[in-house]
Design a protein around this ligand. Structure first.
Ligand SMILES: [Ca+2]
Ligand SMILES: [Ca+2]
Ligand SMILES: [Ca+2]
Ligand SMILES: [Ca+2]
Length: 274
């Protein structure tokens, strides 16, 4: 038994010397199999213990090829994960490019400073929420920094339907440069408040992937925008009626009736500096 102590001590000493404590860790190994060596992970600030440090669905070693940040799950900050964007084929480093048709909207609120909201030419349009075609809610200022076209339409209005046929195409033409269309439906086919099913039907019928919301009399939109536009003498009561907001959510232009798609497209391009 007395021999055990010296042998044990000798083993510990051997282990310490053999472990090379003064040489530091081996920086050339890839412990987590993400294609990066420990040295590279240290430089990037990623974990050598996790292949996907920020848990966004893209391995640390693959983030560089997408131009995304391996320590940030949503590099462009619009609310969709880097991996989600790659899978959907949208640009993970462009906040204006995001997966459409998922029921989730980008959230860029907070990227623009707004002054006091009022209705008037050159004034910042008040923030409002709309019940959307997915049964959720969409908020105007979530699209901060984008050019916004708000189309006030109704189910009973033939020209509104004709306008809706061009709307998705108009949107996609400028979407990735920072443009969004919102259909605020004042009535359904019978003059009632459009419910989720009706809104979804409208969106389906015209292949629309931008927000389609309930803008009926009791809605937030009606109270904050539709009625004040009339009170200020800007809106004269015809639909389809469209207002164009610039990137600071200021009331920029209006369009009455259908058939204005190319005029609107040109103005959007101009605001976007295209
Ligand atoms: Ca890693
Ligand atoms: Ca990642
Ligand atoms: Ca990332
Ligand atoms: Ca994006």
């Amino acid at each position: 038994m007395r021999l055990l102590a010296p042998i044990g001590l000798s083993f510990v000493l051997t282990a310490c010397i053999g472990g090379g404590g003064n040489d530091g860790p081996d920086l050339t190994v890839d412990n987590d199999g993400d294609g990066l060596t420990l040295g590279e992970e240290n430089d990037l600030g990623t974990s050598d213990d996790s292949a996907d440090t920020d848990a966004d669905g893209i391995d640390d070693g693959d983030e560089a090829e997408h131009g995304t940040d391996p320590t940030l799950d949503d590099t462009d900050g619009e609310g969709f994960l880097d991996g989600e964007e790659i899978e959907a084929g949208t640009d993970p480093v462009n906040p204006f490019s995001w997966p459409h048709g998922t029921g989730a909207w980008p959230n860029l609120e907070g990227t623009v400073d707004f002054d006091d909201s009022a209705i008037g030419w050159g004034e910042t349009v008040p923030n409002f929420t709309l019940e959307d075609q997915y049964g959720g809610e969409v908020e105007l200022y979530a699209f901060s920094g984008m050019v916004v076209l708000i189309d006030m339409s109704a189910g009973w209005c033939g020209p509104c339907r004709s306008e809706a046929k061009d709307a998705q195409e108009l949107w996609l033409e400028h979407a990735d440069d920072g443009f969004i269309v919102i259909h605020a439906m004042i009535d359904d086919d019978n003059g009632d408040a459009p419910d989720t099913e009706w809104l979804a039907g409208w969106a389906d019928q015209y292949d629309i992937e931008f927000p389609v919301g309930n803008g009926h009399q009791k809605s937030d939109f009606y109270k904050k925008v539709y009625k004040p536009l009339g009170d200020e003498g800007i809106y004269e009561g015809y639909i389809p009626y469209m207002i164009l907001l610039d990137q600071d959510m200021k009331l920029h232009e209006q369009y009455i009736g259908a058939g204005n798609a190319s005029t609107i497209s040109n103005e959007v391009a101009s605001l976007l500096g295209k």
